[in-house]
Design a protein. Structure first.
Length: 190
């Protein structure tokens, strides 16, 4: 039942927004009582925090597997992180939209917890960029923090417009983004 409450809440939060969705809306959709809701969650904010934690913890776990793979180059790891973030939108779009749009409704304490985890995702990318610079895969004069923000901005904002069943499939979008990041958009005059 906890999973059903969470899934239905994600659906409603995505459609109506966190503030416009009441606990009554959630329990009405599930045809259960408020007591059922309160058995699993003490408040709507606790539910929102659970949604945020599930989303970010899963993303961090999958990112760390990419980062720890010693067989992959730094470039491959960055490309795999881009794929992770885009495929996450494809596979978990509603959760991602709730994650990015509704964080402002968490308490300052809870926002701090989520931001710390979000920062770890950023720091992991920065580290792999630095490694790539150190081992000669990437140019030595890059600013890893700025490149990381560019990667995250490009990929994370995609939840606003990317339609997995649309004109561009996720693997093609990953390729486009990786090409922009690694090669830029200028014609090379060799």
């Amino acid at each position: 039942m906890k999973k059903k409450i969470t899934e239905k809440s994600i659906e409603l939060f995505e459609k109506k927004g966190f503030t416009q969705t009441s606990i009554q809306d959630i329990v009405d959709e599930l045809e259960v009582t408020k007591g059922t809701f309160y058995y699993y969650f003490s408040s709507k904010e606790q539910l929102l925090m659970a949604i945020h934690l599930e989303y970010i913890d899963d993303l961090l776990e999958r990112q760390e597997k990419i980062m720890k793979d010693e067989r992959k180059s730094s470039v491959e790891k960055i490309r795999n992180v881009i794929a992770l973030l885009i495929n996450d939108i494809k596979d978990k779009g509603p959760s991602g939209r709730v994650f990015f749009r509704e964080i402002r409704h968490l308490s300052n304490h809870n926002i701090g917890i989520i931001k710390k985890k979000r920062n770890q995702i950023r720091l992991n990318i920065e580290k792999v960029i630095r490694t790539g610079m150190d081992n000669g895969e990437l140019r030595p004069n890059l600013k890893p923090d700025i490149i990381t923000f560019a990667i995250l901005s490009l990929t994370n904002y995609s939840y606003q417009w990317f339609k997995p069943n649309g004109e561009i499939p996720s693997d093609e979008l990953v390729q486009i983004y990786a090409d922009v990041i690694f090669n830029g958009i200028m014609e090379k005059n060799d």
